[in-house]
Design a protein around this ligand. Structure first.
Ligand code: ASP
Length: 324
């Protein structure tokens, strides 16, 4: 008789401790894995929202850049981390949409192995080239691509990244086969684009907006239905005469599967507050980021997005023999 009672008491204590730990969360800094190099779009979005989330949570969110394999190295590490709320990650359209089509051995399932916290920002795609590029508009740029074939260098952030997937789509819509140059993120790729050692890339607006404004790179088009208020001079792909290339990416926060609900709710609330904060909004909007409406925020909306993005990208990328 004594044993079950002792056992019950022990179980009760363990439960109480767990609940206590959850209600005190966070008691120490939280690591946010950014699966690309510092200074790129994922890093920028993570640092902007992370700063405000830290204020709400009362603990620092510390960004850790774990780059490699188009973002899948960092997200694999995040998926396998302890589900205690002290490791979260900034994923995106590549790691949680495109990657399954391109990595048969992917060690995580974007729709099953995470607790979705929420969408952080939408990031339209821009077609950007080195500033001394001879083309003057999208039409002449596409002609130049066709004339120069594999002598053209296209930068991307690894197979399955946003720049890679949207670049593969661009190449197939236009009918060109440039040579791919791989980086650990589009932060370092942008440095080479500014230096003129690569010709072009398709990248998230939050990475390139300041350079387009400063004219250190040339933007030929934005791949959205309407222009971005942050770059009002840049025409849409459709305005530039290119149909069938409208594509936007996104960044979103995830926790490992099994992270307690109370902790997930705290993180979702902190992200929501960040997206309502005027200063945070301004920083994202100035870079061309699209702030999700209330209905697009939170875990349920993100889960729906992930499922639809995997379904959207899988046929596009599997059908493209030129993805690698
Ligand atoms: N978003 C990545 C980065 O932060 C690059 C990519 O996915 O293209 O560098």
């Amino acid at each position: 008789m004594k044993l079950p009672r002792l056992l019950l008491a022990a179980l009760g204590l363990a439960f109480a401790c767990q609940v206590g730990a959850q209600s005190k969360y966070p008691e120490r800094p939280v690591t946010m894995i950014v699966p690309f190099a510092a200074g790129g779009p994922t890093d920028v979005v993570a640092r902007i929202v992370g700063e405000h989330m830290s204020r709400t949570l009362g603990q620092q969110i510390v960004v850790e850049n774990v780059a490699g394999a188009g973002g899948t190295t960092g997200i694999t590490r995040g998926a396998q981390a302890s589900a205690d709320g002290y490791t979260i990650m900034m994923g995106h359209m590549g790691t949680h949409g495109a990657a399954p089509a391109l990595y048969p051995g992917l060690k995580y399932d974007p729709a099953k192995d995470f607790e979705p916290i929420g969408l952080a920002a939408g990031t339209p795609i821009l077609i950007v080239a080195r500033k001394n590029h001879p083309a003057t508009d999208l039409k002449s740029f596409i002609e130049w691509l066709k004339t120069n074939g594999d002598k053209v260098n296209m930068a991307h952030a690894g197979v399955g990244s946003v720049s890679h997937s949207t670049g593969v789509l661009f190449n197939s819509v236009v009918g060109v086969k440039p040579t791919f140059i791989t980086y650990k993120g589009t932060g370092p790729a942008l440095n080479d684009l500014m230096a003129g050692t690569v010709d072009f890339m398709t990248d998230q607006i939050v990475n390139v907006a300041p350079q387009v404004q400063g004219k250190t790179v040339k933007a030929f088009a934005i791949a959205t239905a309407t222009r971005s208020p942050a770059l009002a001079d840049v025409p849409t792909t459709k305005e530039g005469g290119l149909n069938g290339y409208e594509v936007s990416a996104w960044n979103a926060v995830f926790a490992p599967k099994g992270t307690p609900k109370e902790i997930v709710a705290k993180l979702t609330d902190a992200l929501d507050k960040a997206l309502d904060d005027e200063g945070t909004r301004k920083r994202l909007l100035d870079l061309g980021g699209v702030i999700p409406e209330k209905s697009g925020r939170g875990g349920a909306a993100l889960q729906t997005l992930v499922v639809s993005e995997v379904a959207r990208w899988t046929p596009v990328l599997k059908g493209s023999g030129d993805a690698k």
